[in-house]
Design a protein around this ligand. Structure first.
Ligand code: PGA
Length: 249
């Protein structure tokens, strides 16, 4: 379960949010669920310090990364820097990066490779717009994003990766995909990965994202091919995020 905190908390707010979340979780929760928070870059160091000092089992995620390790790339953050901060997951190709900042499938592919090169786990985001859904183009859009995004990776690398299906019309809108639609797309994605990368399809974890909340998470998680969720808005509230994480309780 990944909390994508987007461009919301400052580093001070992040410290409080991590602590509040940890108070609401039991040791057994971490055995059932991998819990990840992805605060903004400026808060990663603070979050890492709290996690280490309090011996929390919360994992740290970043929301973006450069595909280069170092160099004259003003404003970019390298995978080396993230790995040094004990970041273990990196969100790649989120629809907001694609739509607002022009990131392409090829960019996502280079970023996925950079994340894996530094032994972190990429969370490759894919998903169709409302217009594409209307035009019955969802599977084509998603398959292009998955195929290019994972291009050139070994089966082992694919197996250890995460793919998040996030229909763009469901992000931040309160309109969740139905569990059947989300589960159907997750099955489609696993099939696609199987066609391209064989047995790696069994290991790859597939998340759903888009207006996930405590009320709809259990129905989504009941779907065979949905392994978790990428949560935006609801993850900013520690109570709500904790009840999503404890969906089985
Ligand atoms: P949301 O965002 O849960 O607020 O819809 C999900 C995401 O963008 O990852």
């Amino acid at each position: 379960m990944v909390g994508n905190w987007k461009m919301h908390p400052t580093h001070l707010e992040t410290i409080q949010m991590v602590q509040k979340l940890s108070y609401r979780l039991e040791p057994g929760d971490y055995e059932r669920v991998d819990v990840v928070v992805a605060p903004p870059f400026t808060a990663l160091r603070s979050a890492q310090t709290v996690i280490e000092a309090d011996h929390l089992s919360i994992r740290l995620g970043a929301q973006n990364v450069s595909w280069e390790d170092e160099g004259a790339y003003t404003g970019e953050i390298s995978p080396v820097m993230l790995a040094k901060l004990a970041v273990t997951y990196v969100i790649v190709g989120h629809s907001e990066r694609r739509e607002l900042f022009g990131e392409s499938d090829a960019d996502a592919n280079r970023k996925v490779a950079a994340v894996l090169r530094h032994s972190m786990t990429p969370i490759l985001c894919v998903g169709e717009t409302a217009e594409e859904r209307e035009a019955d183009f969802s599977e084509e859009k998603v398959s292009g994003q998955v195929l290019v995004g994972l291009q050139g990776l070994s089966a082992g690398a694919v197996e250890s990766s995460v793919i998040a299906y996030e229909p763009i019309w469901a992000i931040g809108t309160g309109r969740t995909a139905s569990a059947d639609d989300a589960g159907g797309m997750a099955t489609f994605i696993r099939g696609l990965v199987g066609d391209q990368h064989g047995g790696a399809a069994e290991g790859v974890r597939i998340l759903y994202g888009g207006s996930v909340n405590p009320g709809n998470i259990a129905g989504l998680m009941a779907k065979r091919d949905i392994d978790g969720a990428l949560v935006g808005g609801a993850s900013l509230d520690p109570d709500e995020f904790a009840s999503i994480i404890r969906y089985f309780a």
